[in-house]
Write a protein that binds this ligand. Sequence first.
Ligand SMILES: C[S@@+](CC[C@H](N)C(=O)[O-])C[C@H]1O[C@@H](n2cnc3c(N)ncnc32)[C@H](O)[C@@H]1O
Length: 461
Amino acid sequence: MNAGDFHKLNAYILRATGMNVPESNVSTVENFVKIRMEEQALDLPAYLNLLDRDLGERDLFFNSITINETYFFREEKQFKALRDFFIPRWNERGGEPLRLWSASCSSGEEPLSLYALLKEFSRRPFTLTASDISGRMLEVFSRGSYRYTAFRHDGEEFRDLLDRAIKDREEKSFSVEGAVLEEIDRKQINVFSDSFDGLPDMDLIFFRNTLIYMSPDNKKKIIGRLAGKLKEEGVLFLSVSETALISDPALELEEWHGVYFFRKKAPLKVAEKTAPVPASSARGSVSLETAVRHRLPEDDLELCRRINRYRGRGKICPPEDSGLVCQYVNLAAAVENQDLEEASEFLGKDRELSRFPGLFHFFSGYLAYSKGCNEEAAAHFRSSVEACPKLWPSRYYLLRSGGRELNKEEKLENLEAALEQIRRYISADRYDFQFLLEGFNARYFELICNREREQLASGSV
Ligand SMILES: C[S@@+](CC[C@H](N)C(=O)[O-])C[C@H]1O[C@@H](n2cnc3c(N)ncnc32)[C@H](O)[C@@H]1O
C-alpha cells in the first residue's frame, strides 16, 4: 500500500475509533484491508465507503485492528480495592441496584471477574453491562468457554471466586454457566463515537488497557464521555499505567492503598461556578486594554505554543490574549472539529491572519487539500515551509498534496528534513503542533515518513 493510501486508512481508523493503530498491528491491518479489497475488487476509497455502509464488513475490519489481550482478575489490586473499600461502603449505603459497566470487555474475562466479586461480597443487587467495539470478541464471550491460561499469577488471590460460575471442566478449558452469562448484558459499543443513550448512569466503569492506543486528544474525549455516564460519586477505573496521563474537570483522582481511581465530582453549586468568560472575549474581540497588555507572539512557532494551550476548550478565546491569537484559536478549533466551512469563513474574514504566514498558509493549504484542490494546497504548503521551515506538518502535507509534481530528489529532501524535525520534536517531548496533526501523534508521522522514504529508495512508488 502506498503512503498516501496508508495515511487515508489510518485517518479513517482514527476518525472511527479514536485509535492510532499500534505498531505491532500495522501489517496485520494492512494485509487484512489488501485482501478484502482484492476479494471485492475495490480500491481504497471504495472500500472505506463500504465500511461506512456495511456493518458486517465494518465489524470484520474492527476485529482486525483491535488488540484483545485480557485475563481474569487482571490488576488484582483494583479488585482488592473493590472488595475492601468500595463494596463495603456500597453495602452500608444500601439503595437501588448498583450499575456496573465493563466498557472494553474483550472476550469477557473482565466482566466475569467483576460478576464473581460482586456476587460474593455485594449485599446490593447489581446490573452488569459488558461492551466492546469488537463483535467477534462479544461472540467469544457469549460462548463462555475459556482455557486455564486465562488465569495468571496476577489475580491468583481471587481465582476461587469464579468456581461457582463454572459449569464444565475439561483438561485445558472450562465453561461458564449459561445462567451467569445471561445475567450480563452484552452490547457492541464503540466508546469513542457510539451513543450511550440506552445505558443507565453508572456506579462503576472499568475501561482498562484500551486508552493506550488512543491519541492524547481522543483519550480526553473518551474520558469526558465516560465521566458523563457516571453517577455523582461514581468511580472509573483505568489500568494503572494509563491513570497518570489522564485528567478531566468532572473527575477527581483519588487513591486507596496505592490503587488510583477517578471519582465523579459533585456538580458545582450555582454560587461556586466559575465566572463566565466576559462576552467581549468570547469571539475574538478583547478590550483594547487587554490587547495592548499582551504582545503578539513573535513568530508562527510561538503562536503554535499559545494556540495549543487553549485546545480542548471549545471556541473560548484565551481571555487575556490578543484578538489575533483568539482568531487563530477559533480557526484551529474549527479545523480540529472538521468544521471546515466555518474554518474557511474564519480564514477569509481577516487578512491580518497572514501576519503569521506559516500558519496562515498551513490552514489555507489544509482547507484546499480537504476539497481536493491539490495544486492550490501544494502552493500554500510550499509557502508555509518557506515562511517557517520548522513547521514540519506543512512539509508532510506538501508531500501528500503535491507529491506527484515533486521529483524524486525533492521528495527525498523534504522527507529527510521532515523526519529530522519530527525526531527532534519527539525527543524534546513537544506537543505544540498537536492541533495540526488530525489527532495522530508525532510517532505516527515518523512511521509514515520512514515508510515513504523506504518505498522511494526501493523505487516501489
Ligand atoms: C487490550 S483489551 C483490554 C480488555 C480488558 N479491558 C482488560 O483490561 O483486560 C482492549 C479491548 O478494547 C477494545 N476496544 C478498542 N477500541 C475500543 C473502542 N473505541 N470502544 C470499545 N472498545 C474498544 C478492543 O476490542 C479490546 O477488546
